[in-house]
Design a binder for this molecule. Structure first.
Ligand code: FAD
Length: 427
């Protein structure tokens, strides 16, 4: 059987490996101590709790992600309300509401009397049509119409989906997400997240699945260089260790974009990759005890927040985890000050739905700044994304930064892995 070397054990690499397992001998070479990359769980000693590096939300429209979970037997490890419902809180107005999308394509939810965004006008929905028709360099901000639909739904949705501000974010990339989700109706927009953790859903079952099918995962294996001749990769080097490739061997390169530029660039001068990145801040607060939730948040386990720094707050056991996207704008802010600000916002947004309220003093916390969480989803960066094919006959690319048509997302990463496996000709 052919041997395939997968470089990088993030979700793109794991997805390619899962696709190829059983059809080839698959070895995943992961530089870090564990697989998962930007979607991983770990035990945080300071907090005394297992947490995810960052909250990740999927929608039921994420077909490739759900197919992957099915292949590795982990489809039951996600949880969600089972309906397209999203509780929100506007900090400036001190107002909470639940957006209940209509199940089908017709947006009955937007009509007066429906469970719509407070203060919105039906005419504002026209922004979605403008967005869906957007081409080239148009930004999200150029498509939105001022109003409460933009302020309380479309802007926060865009910033979370693109991890980029609306002023510079690509309308085309956002439109691709809208086409696959909102435009298909509420059933495509049911939110999901790992019941236990990202690794328990997306990583550990994949590694077990691979090993069952005779594959192997090598952690601490950082690809440092390649050798190539006659349009083929002939050897891979991991520091001192050199792995020679046989004539039938293939490589799926699923390490991040900067690694592609440094390792493959010397052999492939035309290669361009995204080179601007946005950070995401995640702040985990550990409470004394698991809070008793009331209302819609008890059903969803999360709330969307507008009008402050906080964007999403998830309640998982005794940990409240806050996500702040497009967080380069907060680089200069001290952790302690951010923590106090965000805790104040969490108390206002979640306090009323927690039995007994939330304490005034911030509980023990851990702030994680993922500096290169995603590439900046601008039209210019999108143009720098390569497809999966390369000048090497036996090497294909995967990763959320390759040309998936989507911004950096789990869905994009997993899709890229499937495409890479198919492009290799082994599937
Ligand atoms: C905080 C945060 C929140 C997010 N929220 C969401 C969300 O809500 N919904 C969503 O869909 N997406 C979200 N994303 C994006 C999602 O996590 C990524 O799109 C996805 O995990 C990328 O997977 P990947 O395999 O393409 O890349 P990575 O996860 O970066 O995988 C690359 C792997 O390669 C390894 N590697 C690096 N160098 C080498 C080398 N030289 N040799 C071998 N291995 C190497 C790395 O260690 C890593 O494991 C979020 C990301 C972050 C950081």
């Amino acid at each position: 059987m052919t041997r395939v070397h997968v470089i990088g054990g993030g979700l793109a690499g794991l997805s390619a490996a899962v696709e190829l397992a059983g059809r080839a001998f698959v070895t995943v070479h992961e530089a870090g101590p564990a697989c998962g990359g930007r979607a991983r769980s770990y035990f945080d000693r300071a907090l005394g709790a297992r947490v995810d590096n960052g909250n990740h939300l999927l929608l039921s429209a994420n077909a490739a992600a759900f197919r992957y979970l099915g292949l590795i037997g982990a489809e039951k490890t996600l949880k969600g309300p089972g309906a397209p419902v999203f509780p929100w809180f506007d900090l400036e107005a001190g107002l909470g509401w639940t957006l209940r999308l209509s199940r089908g394509r017709v947006p009955f939810w937007a009509l007066p009397g429906g469970a719509r965004v407070p203060g919105m006008r039906v005419a504002e929905l026209g922004a979605l049509l403008t967005l869906l028709r957007a081409t080239g360099d148009r930004t999200v901000a150029e498509c939105l119409k001022p109003g409460m639909l933009a302020h309380r739904l479309l802007e926060p949705f865009a910033v979370s989906a693109l991890n980029t501000s609306c002023d510079i974010g690509s309308a085309v990339l956002l439109a691709n997400i809208v086409r696959e989700s909102l435009a298909k109706g509420g059933m495509a927009c049911r939110p999901w997240y790992p019941a236990e953790g990202l690794s328990e859903s997306f990583v550990d079952p994949a590694v077990r699945h691979l090993e069952l099918l005779g594959g192997e995962v090598r952690t601490g294996a950082r690809l440092s260089s390649i050798e190539a001749a006659d349009g083929r990769v002939t050897a891979l080097s991991f520091g001192e260790e050199r792995v020679a490739l046989g004539p039938e061997d293939h490589v799926v390169f699923a390490a991040p974009a900067p690694v592609a530029a440094s390792v493959l660039g010397p052999f492939w001068p035309e290669l361009t990759v995204p080179d601007a990145f946005e950070s995401i801040v995640n702040l985990h607060f550990r409470l004394d005890a698991k809070p008793v939730l009331r209302g819609m948040v008890a059903r969803t386990g999360f709330v969307g927040v507008v009008g402050g720094v906080t964007e999403w707050a998830f309640v998982k056991g005794d940990v409240i985890s806050v996500t702040v996207s497009a967080a380069n704008r907060y680089t200069a802010r001290e952790n302690e000050e951010l923590c106090a600000t965000i805790w104040g916002e969490v108390r206002r947004a979640l306090g009323p739905v927690v039995a007994g309220g939330l304490p005034e003093t911030p509980p023990p916390s851990r702030l994680i700044r993922e500096k290169r969480a995603t590439f900046t989803a601008t039209p210019e960066q999108d143009r720098r994304r390569p497809g999966g094919r390369t000048p090497f006959a036996n090497l294909v690319l995967a990763g959320d930064w390759t040309q998936t048509g989507l911004p950096s997302t789990i869905e994009g990463a997993i899709r890229s892995g499937v495409t890479a496996a198919r492009t290799s000709g082994l599937v």
